[in-house]
Design a protein around this ligand. Structure first.
Ligand SMILES: NC(=O)c1ccc[n+]([C@@H]2O[C@H](COP(=O)([O-])OP(=O)(O)OC[C@H]3O[C@@H](n4cnc5c(N)ncnc54)[C@H](OP(=O)(O)O)[C@@H]3O)[C@@H](O)[C@H]2O)c1
Length: 340
């Protein structure tokens, strides 16, 4: 049978603060012959995502912690190379959760067959046609209840989720879209490529000051990917009746001390604000509407997307750390097929 050896990344020890390469081990696993109902998939791309940092801790959360000495899981897309299932055919492109490895094998029920779209790389199913863009869509429309004419602020704006938030906000009628990111190059991309009206580098000056300048008439919606000083700045900038979708707090994921909380929570009361957290897994019922909208926008050239591609399964830990350090623009993915 083809591709019987799988290179896989395991969590060897739990990180405190920033993970290092020593927290992981790379193993080669000989796969068993397929059992009835199983498929074998050569992954094209695996996803590295900020939420995986939380799974490296031994704490109860919405996704269970990674088990030490076991191969980690996460989003992946690949090609079926062997099938003992009637539901999946050799050659199919499939999206699934057996990432952090170059060859995956499991029950066919865990693999979703997706169309191969000419001119669109399969990695799109991990980003613009997948989890991160769905997160942007759901967060803006179902959690923050975006309305026409809203002024929207999004942090982490040049990342996988954030770059989609800005573009979807414009397409759904926002009057002004403001973004923050961590380099001058990313700030330029926000206004020049993703259609933001204003953008700033949060490392240049206090977020509170820069947001006040970018939003002289206040903000109505805040899409929070960062937490900490960004959330505090949004609470200060909110107009009455403002709404926040609390999507993530990446500024805290590698912190060992107490998280920095906003010092102006009373604004929630006095301005009648609504702040709601969410995890996208609870909103998958919106996937069909998202796919219909996103397919139309992509086809019409109304949405653009970027990916940062790291080559080689053996570099996937470095890709994950690079994501946490801000080395990606758009979706960070690891290409696991050998390149010539
Ligand atoms: N709720 C959900 O269901 C859900 C689903 C997906 C993602 N998320 C969350 O959404 C956020 C974005 O995820 P993503 O997949 O799109 O990742 P991403 O934005 O593509 O990548 C992470 C980015 O975070 C930025 N960053 C790192 N440390 C930071 C800090 N201290 N302050 C400000 N920015 C920092 C970096 O960009 P800079 O160069 O700009 O610093 C980095 O590129 C994360 O918080 C993630 O946990 C939530």
């Amino acid at each position: 049978m083809t591709d019987a050896t799988s290179t896989q990344v395991q969590l060897a020890s739990r990180p405190t603060g920033w993970p290092t390469a020593d927290n992981f081990s790379i193993v080669r696993v000989e796969l068993d012959d397929l059992a009835p109902g199983e498929v074998r998939v050569v992954n094209d791309f695996i996803s590295v995502d900020p939420y995986m940092r939380g799974r490296m801790n031994d704490v109860k959360s919405y996704t269970p912690p990674y088990v030490l000495g076991e191969t980690m899981t996460g989003g992946a897309v690949g090609r079926v190379v062997a099938s003992a299932s009637d539901a999946v055919t050799v050659g199919d492109t499939v999206v699934h959760q057996l990432g952090w490895r170059d060859v995956a094998q499991g029950d066919a029920a865990g693999f979703r067959v997706v169309p191969q779209i000419p001119g669109v790389p399969s990695s799109a199913y991990l980003g613009v046609l997948g989890m991160t863009a769905l997160t942007a869509y759901v967060g803006l429309l179902e959690i923050a209840h975006l309305r026409e004419g809203d002024t929207v602020f999004v942090s982490g704006a040049a990342g996988a989720v954030g770059s989609m938030v800005g573009q979807i906000a414009r397409l759904k009628g926002a009057s002004r879209v403001i973004g923050s990111a961590g380099t001058a190059e990313k700030v330029a991309l926000l206004t020049e490529r993703y259609g933001f009206d204003a953008a700033f580098n949060y490392k240049d000056a206090p977020v509170m000051d820069q947001l006040a300048q970018a939003a002289p008439d206040g903000i109505d919606v805040y899409f929070d990917n960062v937490g900490g000083d960004h959330l505090e700045a949004a609470l200060a900038a909110f107009n009455d009746g403002g709404r926040a979708a609390l999507c993530g707090a990446i500024s805290e994921y590698n912190e060992t001390g107490p998280a920095a909380g906003p010092r102006n929570m009373a604004n929630i009361v006095t301005r009648g604000l609504m702040l709601q957290g969410f995890t996208v897994g609870n909103y998958t019922q919106h996937f069909p509407a998202f796919m219909a909208d996103m397919t139309e926008w992509l086809t019409a050239g109304k949405v653009v997307f970027d990916e940062t591609v790291v080559d080689g399964i053996e570099n996937s830990v470095e890709a994950f750390l690079g994501l946490m350090r801000g080395e990606n623009t758009g979706k960070m993915v690891v290409r696991t097929t050998p390149q010539d």
